[in-house]
Structure formats: structure tokens, C-alpha cells
Design a protein around this ligand. Structure first.
Ligand code: HEC
Ligand code: HEC
Length: 163
């Protein structure tokens, strides 16, 4: 059987039209609409939120956000500054929440005495928050909001919210 080239032609024409419609200005880049041969005026470096108020989590498995500054906190082969406050032995003195028990588990689920190598580099998962507008907007909806919407649509009482 021979392949018809008509659908291919139609598809490539459509692609051509789409790429014409999306102009360079609409593409989200950190340079915005700055021309390629111009040096963009850099934005001011935003401040890190340092209010010590623990944030709620957007979903149960979310690594909690860091509510304090972490400037110059050393995390490398020689030292882990984070663990000087967040390890099991240090939390009484620091009054910081202990890293959760998952952070002491190896990949087979055994509990180790020390922080697991899988959780050593805290900033792989935990981040500070900046006092800044998001670069790319997002439309994330919390699951409680979704549940309430559904329940209101079906005429039931809204779900209990943790907010
Ligand atoms: C000097 C002690 C200290 C150090 C060092 C420290 N923290 Fe904290 N951390 C705290 C305290 C105390 C809190 C509780 C909230 C507050 O007071 O900021 C906290 C809160 C947090 C939370 C929020 C937990 C939650 O359940 O919301 C995260 C995540 C966190 N720290 C991660 C880190 C990471 C990652 C580092 C290293 C880059 C670090 N911390 C270094 C003391 C410390
Ligand atoms: C691979 C990702 C990952 C790494 C690396 C990691 N964490 Fe976490 N962390 C999480 C997740 C996910 C949670 C929430 C679920 C849980 O407790 O396991 C969490 C929870 C926490 C909590 C809150 C505990 C509680 O019970 O409220 C603290 C504090 C914390 N981490 C600190 C740290 C510190 C300090 C380090 C570095 C030594 C670190 N984490 C490394 C993913 C990570």
C-alpha cells in the first residue's frame, strides 16, 4: 500500500502557519523582548523571605519550603550546615523541625544512624522563597479547592479545608 502524501502536506502547511503566528515576542524567555544584540538591564536581586513562618504544603509529598535564609550555609563533602540544626541530636538546641524519618532511610527502607546519602544535598529538593513576581505564571489549583468545586457542583457540603 502506498502512503498518501496529502495529510503530510496539510500538516506541514499548518505547522508553517502556526510558526508564523507565534512571534518572537510571545516566547517566554528571561530576556523578554530585549533584542539579541542588546544587553538587558538586569533586574534587582529579590530578597529571600526570612520570616521563619512555615508554609503550608501544596500536596502531601511536597518538600517543605525553607522559611529562612540559607546564605553561605555549607553543604559539601566536609560539612552539612543544615544538619547542624535539623538533625535528630540538634533539634532541642536549635528548635528546628527534625528532618523527617524518610531522610534516614536508604533505598531499601532500612533506617540509618546518619542522614541518608540520598537526602544529603538538601537544596536538591528544598528551596527558599523570594519576594518576587513569578517569571512564568502558573495555574496550580490545590486539591481542596478542586474537591470543594466538585462538591458544590453536586450540591453537597464543602470539604473541610486545612487552609
Ligand atoms: C541555625 C539553625 C538552622 C540552620 C543552619 C538551618 N535551619 Fe532550617 N529551620 C530552622 C528553624 C528554627 C526552622 C523553623 C522555622 C524557622 O524558625 O525558620 C527551620 C525550618 C526549615 C524548614 C521548614 C520545615 C517545615 O516543615 O516547614 C526547612 C525545609 C528547612 N528549615 C530547611 C533547611 C535547609 C535546607 C538548611 C540548609 C541549607 C537549613 N534549613 C538550615 C533552623 C535552621
Ligand atoms: C530528595 C529530596 C529531598 C532531599 C535531598 C531532602 N529532603 Fe527534606 N523533605 C523532602 C520531602 C519530600 C519532605 C516531606 C515528606 C517527608 O517528610 O519525607 C521533606 C521534609 C523535610 C522536613 C520537614 C520534616 C517534618 O516532619 O515536618 C525538613 C525539616 C527537611 N525535609 C529538611 C531537610 C534537610 C535539612 C535536608 C538536607 C540534609 C533535606 N531535607 C533533604 C525531600 C527532600
Amino acid at each position: 500500500m502506498k502512503l498518501s502524501i496529502v495529510p503530510l502536506l496539510v500538516a506541514s502547511t499548518l505547522l508553517g502557519i502556526v510558526s508564523l503566528v507565534v512571534s518572537a515576542d510571545d516566547i517566554a524567555t528571561l530576556r523578554n523582548a530585549t533584542a539579541i544584540d542588546t544587553q538587558k538591564e538586569p533586574e534587582a536581586i529579590p530578597k529571600v523571605n526570612n520570616d521563619d513562618v512555615r508554609r503550608s504544603r501544596a500536596y502531601p509529598m511536597q518538600p517543605p519550603l525553607i522559611p529562612h535564609k540559607i546564605d553561605n550555609y555549607q553543604v559539601d563533602l566536609n560539612a552539612n550546615k543544615c544538619m547542624s540544626c535539623h538533625s535528630r541530636e540538634r533539634i532541642e538546641e536549635s528548635q528546628a523541625p527534625m528532618v523527617s524519618v524518610t531522610h534516614y532511610m536508604d533505598r531499601d527502607g532500612n533506617f540509618l544512624a546518619e542522614i541518608s546519602p540520598r537526602r544529603y544535598f538538601c537544596n536538591q529538593c528544598h528551596v527558599v522563597q523570594h519576594d518576587a513576581k513569578e517569571l512564568v505564571s502558573n495555574q496550580f489549583v490545590d486539591m481542596y479547592q478542586l474537591m470543594n468545586q466538585k462538591q458544590q457542583e453536586s450540591g453537597n457540603q464543602p470539604a473541610e479545608s486545612s487552609d
